[in-house]
Design a protein around this ligand. Structure first.
Ligand SMILES: *Cc1c(COP(=O)(O)O)cnc(C)c1O
Length: 375
């Protein structure tokens, strides 16, 4: 048995080495490092996979959020609703543009924002909501979109952690996460569900006008070279990264399936145990298990983490501080709801290793070790 890692990038590379090396070598030989044909090809392949008309690659997942907000033409002082239990990027890009983050609490079963609280967070200045599909599972998009529409809010989906997950509608229809709001964003950071060998990201939309805006914003506000209609940024996906992504995209469903297999083993082993709660499977979403996150009871999270570490098993706390308690946002944000769940989750969550290359031996050892805690 090898060393258990949160995500085993090396083993995945070894398995796909022939395809990836050939794709990268082709770019190197062509020297088309910026906007080579692989970038456009990847955008088309991803659009086809997602069933969405437009995919615009960009530099990383944080840029994708920045470009999304800039494309919607929001003005300084406008408010954007964001979850307080989340990664920092969405709220950070909101604040960077002089917009006001409005914190919303999350549902303690799903870790995703609670649609029923959106309405009370809305003020006359609220223009948009950024939903984050956290840990591999979608928000309740049917409800989110209904409420957003009634309140004239744009919906941006931060889909960095849930690429490939599907929203299941009450009529049984399914749509890929990231294709439902006005704009979806994602990241191809090396640990994400679809990952490249460095930084990468993308935006997706069904709106032709917005796709034009997004391309302009990501390219210095120009459609024609040296004619700058609006202020933009430079955010591109490297051709080398696009080549890696082209090689990996056909495996994305298989990646999700192997993670689900690990999650099922964990569920069986850790379910119905009062020492912790296993991840909840929402009826309105599939789960791609970007993280497998336990909620540990009785303030024993840190103790369990130490114990696992002593047995050679890594684990992570995503996230240790709710965003509304981060000094970066003091004085530049407002609470849209009580944030009790976020404040509790930061003390109880623990994410266990889960990845596409876990062996049965590793899963067995992890299960045995977690179950032996406190015995
Ligand atoms: C990783 C991540 C991002 C940022 O992506 P980068 O490519 O690292 O900029 C944004 N939002 C969420 C939810 C993430 O997990």
């Amino acid at each position: 048995m090898g060393t258990i890692q949160m995500v085993d990038l090396h083993r995945q590379y070894s398995r796909l080495k022939a395809e990836i090396d050939a794709a990268m070598q082709e770019v190197v030989e062509s020297t088309a490092f910026i906007n080579g044909p692989q970038v456009g090809a990847f955008a088309s392949h991803l659009a086809e996979y997602m069933h969405v008309p437009h995919v615009v690659p960009c530099g990383n997942g944080t840029d994708a959020l920045l470009v999304a907000l800039m494309s919607l033409g929001l003005k300084p002082g406008d408010e954007v609703i964001v979850p307080s239990f989340s990664y920092v990027a969405a709220a950070e890009m909101v604040a960077l543009l002089g917009l006001i983050p409005v914190w919303l609490d999350v549902d303690e079963r799903t870790f995703n924002l609670n649609p029923w609280q959106i309405e009370s967070a809305v003020s006359p200045k609220t223009r948009a909501i950024i939903v984050v599909h956290l840990f591999g599972q979608c928000c309740d998009m049917e409800e989110v979109c209904k409420i957003a529409e009634q309140n004239h809010l744009f919906v941006i989906e931060d889909n960095a952690q849930s690429l490939g997950a599907e929203v299941i509608y009450s009529d049984g229809n399914r749509l890929k996460a990231g294709t439902i709001g006005q704009i979806g964003t994602t990241s191809f950071f090396p640990s994400k569900p679809l990952a490249c060998f460095g930084d990468g990201g993308a935006l997706m939309t069904s709106d032709d006008w917005l796709s034009t805006r997004i391309k302009m914003v990501a390219n210095h506000g120009q459609q024609v070279k040296y004619q700058h209609k609006i202020v933009g940024v430079n955010s591109r996906l490297d051709t080398l990264q696009a080549a890696v992504l082209n090689a990996k995209l056909p495996h994305l469903e298989e990646f999700a399936a192997s993670r689900r297999k690990v999650a099922r083993r964990y569920d069986e082993a850790f379910g119905n145990d009062e020492r912790w709660t296993i991840p909840y499977q929402a009826p309105y979403s599939t789960h791609v298990y970007h993280q497998y996150t336990l909620q540990v009871a009785g303030n024993r999270r840190d103790d369990l983490q130490q114990y696992l570490k002593s047995k050679g098993i890594p684990s992570m706390v995503y996230y240790p501080i709710p965003l509304h308690k981060q000094p970066a946002f003091y004085g530049f944000s407002r609470n849209g709801s009580s944030l009790n769940v976020s404040e509790h989750l930061v003390t109880s969550v623990l994410s266990l290793p889960i990845h596409t290359e876990m062996t049965d031996d590793e899963i067995d050892y992890l299960i045995e070790t977690v179950c032996s805690y406190g015995k």
